[in-house]
Design a protein. Structure first.
Length: 438
């Protein structure tokens, strides 16, 4: 590679916040980061025209005046499944489309997981929401049901009884095509097993509930067939036991538990055939019986973890994504950060109506002042004063996420205490139209 030119890296959904993190990796002065797709069109768009998006990506790459050295992404569906197609077409290394689908397609993934590490996999069943009868549940209550592909827990329902199941099926029928249509197109580019191809994309998976115990995420990569886990992040859920309220790094789990998870990761990824890519893999650990349950696998880094790796390691783990995409074995973790502990806090409203209005939220200047008062803090507001909650994209079926707050500290106690004080000072309030703010 010509040492005098910069390495051209195309980033799907490049946005200012993540660009700053990309520009803080080691050797960043040698890289030129280029946008591939607008963030909105591959994340929050009401519909995804996959063929049009692929054609747009092809045109951007074809018309670029210079060599394309890497294509990377850290957003979820559909871009995570589109990128292997684009890489393959222009001859760049990366994971196969089929291996990414074995992670992304939840039913296919569960089948592969059950073949590799069956002791970690809950009972599961494929459900056709257009044929299913609410009186005949696929698993004993309670269970989760969700589309075989979505993101951000959209259309994910905890089903406790027949009424819950009927409601979930109704919502699936109304909304599943937002994800099923694009998935059907992307599956058409892949070599699929007969059962997966015959089922199609407009399907759901029901799963035995495993969301008890302590949840964590392994961040790692597969390079030249070898799996490496470089960090484990704890995921703490809110009072509804469904919505995530914070991520903490490094994990507080015992080392023997971490070692078991690393071993499971290597075993299942070898079966899936994932290679030359970063990944993250989520587990639940039940201390009572020392059981580990595998939740899901993603063929990408978690963008939410990048700022907290930066605070502890001194380098965001986007560096891993870049290194692997360029065919270079990562040198991570870096062990040069300013803090011993870091967290991403996701303060939420539970049980609030989409019609509610944000009656008070800190201004941009107030946010910057808060960051200055709490060193090691970065705040991304999701809501603004005067907006309706329905106009924000950061929600699941049970809650609204108000902000993403990244903080570092030298103890877990200090981390939590600083967040509580900061969030009180943010003074975010909402009210239904015509009612008193709360």
């Amino acid at each position: 590679m010509d040492a005098e030119r910069k390495t051209n890296i195309f980033v799907a959904g490049l946005d200012p916040f993540n660009l700053r993190l990309l520009q803080s990796v080691r050797r960043a002065d040698r890289y030129a980061f280029h946008p591939l797709y607008e963030l909105e069109e591959i994340t929050y768009a009401p519909s995804f025209d996959i063929e049009a998006l692929l054609d747009k990506g092809r045109a951007i790459l074809r018309d670029f005046d210079g060599p394309v050295d890497a294509i990377v992404g850290y957003w979820d569906f559909p871009s995570i499944v589109m990128l292997p197609i684009l890489r393959r077409e222009i001859g760049l290394p990366g994971p196969s489309l089929e291996s990414v689908l074995r992670c992304q397609h939840k039913y296919w993934s569960r089948r592969e997981q059950a073949g590799a590490v069956p002791e970690t996999v809950p009972r599961f069943a494929l459900v056709d929401p257009f044929e299913a009868d609410a009186g005949d549940p696929p698993l004993p209550y309670p269970f989760w049901i969700k589309p075989v592909t979505s993101h951000s827990s959209i259309l994910g329902f905890r089903v406790r009884n027949r009424a819950d199941y009927a409601h979930a099926l109704s919502e699936m029928r109304a909304g599943i095509h937002r994800f099923a249509g694009p998935l059907e197109v992307l599956m058409g580019y892949a070599d699929l097993p007969d059962e997966i191809a015959a089922a199609g994309a407009a399907q759901c998976i029901a799963e035995e509930i495993i969301s008890t115990g302590r949840q964590c995420t392994l961040e790692g990569y597969v390079f030249e067939g070898e799996t490496t886990v470089y960090g484990i992040v704890d995921s703490i859920r809110g009072r509804n036991r469904s919505s995530l309220e914070r991520y903490e790094y490094p994990s507080a789990l015992p080392e023997p538990v971490k070692a078991r998870m690393r071993s499971y990761a290597a075993t299942v990824l070898e079966r899936i055939g994932l290679d030359d890519t970063p990944f993250n893999m989520e587990f639940f650990y039940q201390a009572r019986d020392k059981r580990l349950s595998l939740l899901e696998i993603n063929a990408r880094i978690s963008k939410s973890h990048s700022p907290i790796f930066d605070k502890v390691e001194g380098v965001p783990h986007k560096e891993v994504m870049i290194d692997v995409a360029l065919g270079r074995r990562p040198e991570f973790p870096a062990r040069r950060g300013a803090y011993r502990y870091a967290a991403k806090f996701m303060p939420r409203l539970y049980g609030h109506s989409d019609d509610e209005i944000v009656t008070h939220a800190p201004s941009e200047a107030e946010v910057r002042a808060l960051e200055a008062r709490y060193p090691g803090t970065d705040i991304k507001m999701h809501v603004d004063q005067g907006m309706r909650l329905r106009d924000d994209h950061h929600y699941d079926e049970y809650s609204h996420e108000l902000a993403a707050i990244f903080m570092g500290a030298d103890s877990r106690d200090a981390l939590h205490a600083n967040f509580r004080r900061l969030f009180d000072e943010m003074d975010i309030r909402t009210a239904r139209p015509g009612r008193t703010p709360q």
